[in-house]
Design a protein around this ligand. Structure first.
Ligand SMILES: [Zn+2]
Length: 203
């Protein structure tokens, strides 16, 4: 009886979590980690990714930030720097993958989780596969160019046969909010000063 009750309570807990957030429950927590603990962890690291996004905001870059975590420790981070570096590939994820590989002195990021404020584009989803990241957690879905299932799905059933867990919707409102605020500011500045706004607004 006690076991049945425990199971019932566990199921209710899962339903409660699913009801409160947009987080996919397709993939349960890492071994030994409860869904609730994983959600707390995911939100904590997504806030760090948001801090990276705010650095991009301050540099008038589209505010997207990323951190890479291994064994609970941030080993790589980055933010979008396409305009600053004049490099179409200087997305937050690519920069974070590079810094994480530098930290580990190894391009193989086995056992790592990548947190990014906006769903990775197909280029970054490809880099995620190549870098062997185990899990991707993103904030806001990208309805225009999302490469993890929203527009295109580079990850599921990939030809490299790499298993990558994908969880979307973590702190989605905050992650979308910083993008909206950025484009609003760019439009205002464009109106006031004629300054050129980024050519490919996402929102
Ligand atoms: Zn990208």
């Amino acid at each position: 009886m006690a076991e049945d009750l425990q199971k019932k309570m566990a199921n209710q807990n899962v339903s409660a979590i699913a009801g409160e957030s947009g987080v996919s429950l397709a993939h349960p927590g890492e071994s030994g980690m409860s869904l609730k603990a994983q959600r707390v962890d995911d939100e904590r690291f997504m806030r760090m990714a948001l801090r990276e996004a705010s650095k991009a905001f301050d540099m008038k870059e589209i505010p997207i930030g990323c951190v890479i975590v291994k064994d609970g420790v941030v080993i790589g981070k980055g933010y979008n720097q396409v305009e600053t570096m004049r490099d179409a590939t200087a997305h937050a994820e690519i920069i974070a993958i590079g810094t994480a590989a530098g930290k580990l002195e190894n391009w193989r990021l086995d056992g790592c989780t990548l947190y990014v404020t906006l769903e990775p584009c197909p280029m970054c989803a490809g880099a995620i596969l190549n870098s062997r990241v185990d899990r991707v957690v993103y904030g806001s879905p990208d309805t225009r160019f999302g490469g993890c299932g929203t527009t295109i799905d580079v990850i599921t059933g990939n030809a490299l046969k790499r298993a990558v867990q994908v969880t979307g919707g973590v702190l989605a409102d905050e992650c979308l909010g910083i993008l909206k605020a950025f484009f609003q500011q760019m439009r205002l500045e464009k109106g006031d000063t004629g300054k050129k706004a980024p050519s490919t607004p996402l929102i």
